[in-house]
Design a protein around this ligand. Structure first.
Ligand code: UD1
Length: 416
């Protein structure tokens, strides 16, 4: 998928089933390396990032069977170095490093790729592994990691809250000798899901979801079955789809508890929201959303991965709204595309100020990253006229069947 042709001015109504979380599934796939026994994982989303992760595992020697349930057997892994052409495609490939190092005492990977939304350093990942006893050699964009014997549990204070680095350290510490304590840990639901997965395999992790995680190392992990949590960002994206199109959408197979900050903001925008055990319904019929002031923060704050979608909401809202991005320093590249569609937005340092207009107009726009891609598709669905969205390969990295799910809600999107 490279280009979408979208007929706009549509109200999006109906029900959508939410897929499994990309940001939980990706690290969990790499963590299967930590055990020699067979693993089954359900609710794995069908995405290009996931397929690349599976290709990486197969390259190393794992046996993978991806039907409704994903089966992985990593007992045959005999290669500890991952090829550049796969690693460079996804940011999440950094999570292959710690499991290889913890199980085999060695790992070699190139610096990972992913969305261009800032400098995205990996120093916290590497410093965490060094504190656990690894020797890390960084040369020619290649990370060489070694440890003699087992990694050693340590007290680690994260100088910055990082989802990715918390995951790396947590996975390395499961097979370390002794107790690891991660202070100032990220608290995202994906961290809890990963800890639950590892505990299913016999790891001893307590405190995931709080800012202090305790990992008592074990010498071996077993096999097991795990179900990935629903994707909270996909859920939030469909809720915004209802809000910006003045429609009514129910998201099924989701977890309302993971979207508290997003639901607070959508309510503030004027949406009527109802929730059940595993569903959320948002009704914005006959209403123009009110502009919002938002600041992205680590969980449980407002997610940076919902920044672009709410920027779209502010462009067609009543009033002036400001969104401040505090997690990534370069996450406004897509704004020029919304401006091409008529949005009145000014970028001021790490904030955007939007002066709401009643409706966007169609244009020929280019996706710059994953979340921006979803936002531009939604913008096309509500703009007057035909919008062409280019470079939509970003979309299939993180949203399962996005155009067809939207078409079932009343959109008119054709894949060119
Ligand atoms: C992950 C998610 C991404 C999400 C983000 C925040 C994946 C593949 N990516 O990204 O979708 O937007 O969490 O929820 O799941 N930092 C450092 N050094 C490091 C690591 C991070 O300085 O070693 C900085 C980053 O530049 C950023 C901040 O810490 O400013 C947070 O980054 P982090 O939470 O690690 O995000 P990612 O793991 O990159």
């Amino acid at each position: 998928m490279n280009k979408l042709c979208i007929e706009g001015d549509k109200k999006l109504n109906g029900s959508v089933t939410i897929s499994g979380s990309k940001n939980a599934a990706l690290p969990i796939l790499f963590m299967t390396i930590l055990t020699e026994e067979k693993i089954k994982i359900s609710n794995v989303p069908n995405l290009t990032d996931i397929n690349i992760a599976l290709q990486l595992l197969v390259y190393l020697g794992a046996k993978v069977n991806y039907k409704k349930i994903l089966s992985i057997d990593t007992s045959f892994i005999n290669i500890f170095s991952a090829p550049y052409d796969l690693i460079k495609k996804i940011r999440g490939s950094i999570w292959i490093l710690a499991p290889l190092l913890a199980r085999f005492g060695q790992a070699k990977i190139f610096l990972p790729g992913g969305c261009k939304i800032g400098s995205r350093p990996i120093d916290l990942h590497l410093n965490g592994l060094i504190k656990l006893g690894a020797t890390i050699d960084l040369k020619d964009n290649c990370i060489n990691a070694f440890v003699k014997g087992r990694l050693q549990g340590k007290h680690i204070l994260m100088e910055k809250i990082s989802v990715g680095a918390t995951i790396t350290i947590m996975s390395a510490a499961t097979l370390a000798q002794g107790l690891t304590v991660i202070e100032n840990a990220a608290r995202e639901p994906e961290i809890i899901d990963i800890a639950n997965f590892l505990n299913t395999l016999g790891a001893n992790i307590i405190g995931a979801g709080s800012n202090k995680i305790f990992i008592k190392g074990v010498s071996k992990l077993t096999g097991g079955h795990h179900q990935i949590i629903p994707d909270r960002i996909e859920t939030g994206t469909f809720l915004v789809a209802a809000a910006v199109s003045r429609g009514c959408i129910t998201c099924h197979k989701t977890e309302p508890k993971h979207l508290k900050s997003v639901l607070i903001k959508l309510t503030e925008a004027g949406a009527h929201i109802q929730t059940g055990k595993d569903w959320i319904k948002l009704d914005m019929r006959e209403k123009q959303p009110k502009a919002l002031n938002i600041c992205t923060l680590p969980y449980p704050g407002f997610p940076t991965d919902m920044q672009t979608q709410f920027a779209l909401l502010n462009t067609i809202a009543k009033g002036i709204g400001t969104i401040t991005e505090t997690i990534f320093e370069n996450r406004f590249i897509y704004i020029s595309e919304l401006i091409n569609m008529g949005a009145k937005i000014k970028i001021k340092h790490n904030s955007i100020v939007s002066n709401g207009i009643p409706q966007l107009c169609s244009s020929n726009v280019f996706c710059t990253d994953l979340r921006a891609a979803a936002t531009l598709v939604l913008a096309g669905c509500i703009a007057i006229g035909i919008t062409i969205v280019n470079q939509t390969y970003h979309l299939v990295r993180g949203y399962e069947s996005f155009p067809s799910k939207l078409n079932k809600l009343g959109a008119n999107i054709k894949i060119i």
